[in-house]
Design a protein around this ligand. Sequence first.
Ligand SMILES: NC(=O)c1ccc[n+]([C@@H]2O[C@H](COP(=O)([O-])OP(=O)(O)OC[C@H]3O[C@@H](n4cnc5c(N)ncnc54)[C@H](OP(=O)(O)O)[C@@H]3O)[C@@H](O)[C@H]2O)c1
Length: 286
Amino acid sequence: MSGAPYLTGRTRLAGIMGWPVGHSLSPRLHGHWLRRHGIDGAYVPLAAPPDRLEQALRALPALGFRGCNLTIPHKEAALAAVDRATPLARRIGAINTVVVEPDDTLSGDNTDGFGFLASLADGCPTWQAEAGPAVLLGAGGAARAVTVALLDAGVPEVRLLNRTPERARKLAAELDGPVAAVPWAERATALDGATLLVNTTSLGMAGQPPLVLSLDALPRSALVTDVVYTPLITPLLAVARAHGNPVVDGLGMLLHQARPGFRAWFGVDPVVDDELRAAVLAATGS
Ligand SMILES: NC(=O)c1ccc[n+]([C@@H]2O[C@H](COP(=O)([O-])OP(=O)(O)OC[C@H]3O[C@@H](n4cnc5c(N)ncnc54)[C@H](OP(=O)(O)O)[C@@H]3O)[C@@H](O)[C@H]2O)c1
């Protein structure tokens, strides 16, 4: 018989907290791993409105949850609500993973940057962080995690471009390292000599306008990646492919960022493979 497993009194519990949360692919992703590994566990959507976030987080130990992931709009506010957070999460200014400790306190971490780098390692193993400058479009939550990850990985220069220039300037000033804010209008010329181009804006996402950008100045060997994964091949990635550049889609980041939480809650380090990608993509209709 297929379908949802029976839960027992020993079922390990985790979930994804967001508002709204119905769009999240994480229950499908963790559900696939739970079945694959035969774990008596459940990963559930937890719809928590912003004004009840702290209350919802504090209820996790009382309800027997081992932790949760956080999604829009909770990642920043949750950092302030947990008992401790990793230095990495503090630099990023947001958490996406909470673990309930044996003494019922809450520990926060941010695994988005880990997911991003693991996805590049999977999708383009020849890309090397130290090889040259990265151009990063956007200055929102995803941009913060990706920029910190790139700096920690040894990228020698990050060029940050955002429609609202103050946000890029603020992010560049906050992060200790070779990050420079470049005007949005200069996004085509900023590609000169880059070895990596990352879109972290929501442009190109289904229902949003496409990212319009000439790749003429971008070296053909540069890796192009998008954090948007609906559609899987965004207009930017389609243009990059046609230009001859290697591309990595945004789904791998979503899948890999989930690994540390799953390991902490359910005790298994799960793998990201084609079967998982297919299971998650089936939910997006892609
Ligand atoms: N693959 C993954 O695992 C993963 C993880 C996290 C996020 N994401 C995706 O990443 C995207 C961004 O998420 P986020 O959390 O960083 O959102 P966010 O904090 O709201 O930031 C949105 C970014 O998009 C820019 N933007 C929005 N509309 C624009 C437009 N019309 N023209 C130019 N720039 C525009 C914003 O620029 P302004 O500052 O000028 O508004 C800002 O830089 C979303 O599509 C999200 O689904 C994917």
